[in-house]
Structure formats: structure tokens, C-alpha cells
Design a protein around this ligand. Structure first.
Ligand SMILES: [Ca+2]
Length: 100
């Protein structure tokens, strides 16, 4: 858990460089290099641009740390939902909400 949190912060700082935000091109690079296995469409610059626009709460064209954390939370949520589905499909442990 601690190493995962450090990684989330380090990846952001690596791609933000000395700036306080991820620029459009930095965000493109970050998604392509870091999220190719967890997301689809990461080879599409247009799809990544749309995703950035969806995250960009203050509409400044850049991704701030809180905006980046929205993406991390979204991906974690998607991953956990997918794991539940996989377990159900495999006849494995039921989802927590199904346990009486
Ligand atoms: Ca922004």
C-alpha cells in the first residue's frame, strides 16, 4: 500500500517535471507509458485527449494533482469492479455485498 502511494506520486512528479501540472503532451506520454495494460485506447492520442478534457475540472488544459487523482481513483474502482466480475465468472468467492 505504501509503495503504491509512493508510485502514484512519483509517476506524477516524473511526468510533471518542474511544472505543477501535467501538460497535454506530458499527460499523453504518461498514459501511453504507464497505463497501456490497464486501459484500452491508450494508443489513440484523440482518446487520451478526450480523457484529459474529462479530468480537467478547471478547464485550464492541464492535469493538476487532484485531477490526476481522479483518474487514479477511477482506475482503481474499475479494477475492483472487474475483479469482482472475474471472481463471479470463475465461481470463486462471492462479492462482499452478497454475503448475508
Ligand atoms: Ca486542470
Amino acid at each position: 500500500m505504501e509503495s503504491a502511494i509512493k508510485t502514484v506520486v512519483e509517476v506524477y512528479l516524473k511526468f510533471a517535471g518542474t511544472k505543477e501540472n501535467l501538460s497535454g503532451s506530458a499527460f499523453q506520454k504518461m498514459v501511453k507509458k504507464q497505463l497501456g495494460n490497464i486501459m484500452t485506447d491508450t494508443d489513440s492520442s484523440g482518446a487520451i485527449k478526450e480523457m484529459r478534457q474529462g479530468l480537467d475540472d478547471n478547464q485550464d488544459g492541464k492535469v493538476s494533482f487532484p485531477e490526476y487523482m481522479t483518474l487514479v481513483g477511477y482506475l482503481a474502482n474499475t479494477l475492483s469492479e472487474q475483479k469482482v466480475k472475474d471472481q463471479e465468472a470463475a465461481g470463486g468467492a462471492p462479492a462482499a455485498q452478497e454475503i448475508p
